[in-house]
Write a protein of this length. Structure first.
Length: 128
């Protein structure tokens, strides 16, 4: 699915939600949520392509797979957090959106701890 199709689907759904919102606001929210999930599923296949490419590149330069795994997890958390936060904001729940964002940031920091530890160990080996 290319960007034109994604954009057209998004714009049509936004227009439909805007029209329906006048009479049935709960249905407009469902249209928004369904469209967001549908578009996310459409681009999910491209993430696999990116992951395969990065994995091949890391094998060529002989990087430890734990770093690659951490990068993918952090990226996944960031995208899912943004997606969930935007849905909450679309439904008028800004407070819940900010809590989702906080949770995502904390999880990213937890995932970064092993990388930070390895970095500090490397620095300590260099400094006598």
């Amino acid at each position: 699915m290319d960007i034109m199709q994604i954009t057209i689907i998004g714009l049509l759904a936004a227009l439909l939600a805007l029209i329906v919102k006048q009479e049935r606001p709960e249905l407009a929210i469902m249209i928004t949520l369904t469209t967001g999930i549908l578009l996310f599923l459409f681009v999910l296949g491209n993430i696999k392509t990116i992951a395969d490419f990065i994995e091949k590149m890391t094998q060529k330069v002989n990087i430890d797979s734990i770093y690659l795994t951490t990068v993918f997890k952090v990226t996944g958390i960031a995208y899912i957090t943004e997606f969930g936060s935007q849905i909450c904001k679309d439904t008028g729940e800004g407070t819940i959106a900010s809590k989702i964002e906080l949770g995502g940031k904390i999880l990213i920091m937890v995932l970064a701890l092993p990388v930070l530890t390895a970095l500090m160990e490397a620095v300590l080996k260099i400094i006598p």
